[in-house]
Design a protein around this ligand. Structure first.
Ligand code: HEC
Ligand SMILES: [Cu+2]
Length: 315
């Protein structure tokens, strides 16, 4: 599939920094190893049995100051690398830039399912535009998997029951391997995929050519009725349940006094574990839907509720 490479291509905006940190560490560690190994050899020869060299108390050079200085210097060098890595790379990895393209990823034994905002879905592949931040919202349907794209220098474990986020910006069009890097069962080694980075106009053309999957939010609206959500959350419901329009991104006061922001993870938990966070002023009468929904359905429902925020209308 892919030709052998000693070092993976660097195809994301983050890759050069990550590589700089990697090589920085290798060089500093290499230098330390070299000095220590050389000293071991030199001392072994110099102080071998029978040589006539002084073995008395430490000479002035091997003083306490020298030892303290040497220990501090190495410590500071490595602390320096640590803060360099933390400040430049790790911290920057956290919040995705606003306007990032949001793509849903479902991992399961043994495949990757990806879905674009327009509803176009793919299996074991993901097409993305270059030079645009892409934000992945990832879920696992069974066990722990791990999304690993060496060319982008990104890797993130996907724990069932959690919403995991990851973002990157691809820089070079091409096809790059995607691996699962958490042992997840018999066919773990075959849980592979391709990340296809395209020039933005090619991506637009590719999207338009895909079979028009049901728009995610629209499919979610259908489910919302079928599952009976609208029976409680709809306008004419007889039960008292909070209206969901405008919910997404808003802070929600809970009955235990906490205030949480209604993000994707909160909405998923509201559907799967309604007893976990009770909205202040409401009875905990909502049933759990965890046994009736798979990841695909959940993604659709969340997309629907998210779209209500944008329109400001609906149930
Ligand atoms: C039996 C009535 C009932 C049904 C059916 C129901 N809900 Fe609820 N739902 C409630 C009530 C009451 C609350 C507020 C108390 C709580 O947080 O548990 C709530 C809370 C929520 C919240 C959090 C709202 C907020 O303001 O923070 C979301 C999201 C939600 N429901 C979505 C759904 C979805 C999606 C479905 C269908 C799969 C559904 N509900 C089915 C009654 C219901
Ligand atoms: Cu896996």
């Amino acid at each position: 599939m892919n030709e052998f490479r000693f070092f993976p291509q660097a195809a994301s905006s983050d890759a050069p920094q990550t590589d700089a940190i990697y090589f920085g560490l290798v060089i500093v560690s290499g230098a330390v190893v070299l000095v220590v190994a050389t000293l071991i050899v030199v001392f072994a020869i110099r102080y071998r049995r029978g040589t006539r060299v002084g073995r008395g108390a430490a000479s002035s050079l091997a003083s306490r100051e020298f030892e303290i200085g040497w220990t501090l210097a190495t410590l500071l060098a490595f602390l320096g690398i640590f803060s360099w890595a933390a400040a430049q790379d790790f911290v920057q990895l956290r919040p995705p830039p606003p306007g990032a393209l949001a793509i849903d990823v479902v991992a399961k034994q043994w495949m990757w399912k990806t879905q674009h905002p327009g509803g176009q879905s793919e299996i074991n592949s993901l097409h993305i535009p270059a030079h645009q931040p892409v934000r992945l919202l990832m879920h696992s349907q069974d066990v722990i998997h791990s999304f690993f794209v060496p060319a982008f220098r990104v890797k993130k474990d996907i724990v069932p029951g959690h919403t995991e986020e990851l973002w990157f910006e691809a820089t070079t069009p091409g096809t790059y391997p995607l691996f699962c890097s958490e042992y997840c069962g018999t066919d773990h080694a075959r849980m592979l995929g391709d990340i296809v980075v395209m020039a933005p106009q090619d991506y637009g053309r590719w999207l338009a050519g895909q079979p028009q999957g049901d728009d995610l939010a629209k499919a979610g609206e259908g489910l919302f009725r079928e599952l009976g959500c609208s029976g409680c959350h709809g306008e004419n419901a007889r039960v008292r349940a909070p209206p969901l329009a405008g919910l997404f991104g808003r802070p929600v006061p809970l009955s235990d006094g906490r205030i949480v922001v209604a993000d994707e993870a909160y909405i998923r938990d509201s559907i799967l574990l309604p007893k976990k966070d009770i909205v202040a002023g409401y009875e905990a009468i909502m049933p759990s839907f965890s046994s009736r929904l798979d990841e695909g359905d959940l993604t659709k429902l969340v997309a629907y509720i998210r779209s209500l925020a944008a329109q400001g209308a609906g149930p």
